[in-house]
Design a protein around this ligand. Sequence first.
Ligand code: PLP
Length: 465
Amino acid sequence: MHPDEFRRHGHQLVDWMADYFARVGDLPVTPAVRPGDIRRRLPTDPPAAGEPFDALFGDFREIILPGMTHWNHPGWFAYFPGNNSPPSVLGEMLTATMGAQCMSWATSPAATELEQVVMDWLRGMIGLPAGFTGVIQDTASTATLMALISARERAGNGPALTVYASREAHSSVDKGARLAGYAVEHLRHIPVDPGFALDPAALERAIEADRAAGLTPACVVATIGSTSSTAIDPVEAIAAVCRRHGAWLHVDAAYAGSAAIVPELRPHFAGMERADSVVFNPHKWLLTNFDCTAYFVRDVDALLRACRASPEYLRTAHDAEVVNYRDWGIQLGRRFRALKLWFVIRSYGVDGLQAMIRRHVALARELAGWVGSDARFELMAPVPFGLVCFRWRPAGMPEPEIDRRNEVLLARVNASRRVHLTHTRLGGRYAIRLVVGQRETGREHVEEAWRLIGETADELSDWSP
Ligand code: PLP
């Protein structure tokens, strides 16, 4: 592509992107496609001759876009958010343009040093002390794997190492433990209290039983903001247990960690500063487009012992005096993720980011109030952040039937394609999850979701399977 053509199409694309941000709320939030629909419209073989960019862009609009789910839609209430912002996208464009490869300080000095500075900003923003060092990972799953590997290193890499997390912990903990080489029979799922938070007394009992059996407790993963219900494990108490038994404490705050920048929400994170490592995802709730995970660790050496590799062909003159982030994770090649994060923090300022999180949390609490005061519905868990778990509870109906009706209710609400919500199971019961977390989500969007839910419940009152 000639530079003049690049300029023309670049401008065309930026115009499209600006329009997309402005009108995404008018699009159906989820696509009306069946498995295979998109693939059938694409050629099975690549073109022998190059095609004009207009043809590619045309196909993007005609074929790809109608098959996309719009996570930026203000009616997106599903999973946890993956929000983004114009400054983040602009940062990503520059990163791609430079083709930055940031495996070593020498391969992109500014990328390494910016990452050090931005991670230090972020560390202070979430209230972690200076003893923590930050590094950007691709996902929370990878960061948790790094924590598990570091814990394994510190515990001496033996075969009898154990890992503990609550029954509500994210699946990435079990997956990471398996990948890090812990024996599956040494993974402990600790019971939770009625608010779905880990029971520290049960944790201590499990650790004592394991030690009595000759096993070594290597790592405990505590969650602040669990995936199903944003439950908050009692990190202070868990940290005390970890200290007593010499286990590494990793805090998984993948979604909720962004809320630690808000002073009045900070009490939810009590004890986090006593952890060995902490992860949270700016790519979930801090306006930084996927992927961007912040991993903070005290004992960097344990990580370096596991990950460092210095073959001759990678050595540079400055290795002794610089950070080479290739040694801080699995992959050699690294993206330049700090730039978009820097753009976001500078564009919105800490005040602007705090304001967004406050707005989302306030909307979630308002919705929780509507749910709580409507006799047809029931709240299923506390609402410390932006997630509301609830269900429709038709009077006099057996539990399995209530589950089934809520499933149908959710499917019908989502079929509107105006909003999108997901579900979970809490205490064995089907629960609808609504998370407020998109940049443009306002009160009117939460109201629309609640209206659709109420109307659908009324329609379904006489429904029989
Ligand atoms: N931990 C928790 C508590 C999560 O909720 C999630 C995803 O929602 C993850 C970990 C995994 O995040 P990632 O997709 O960044 O690996």
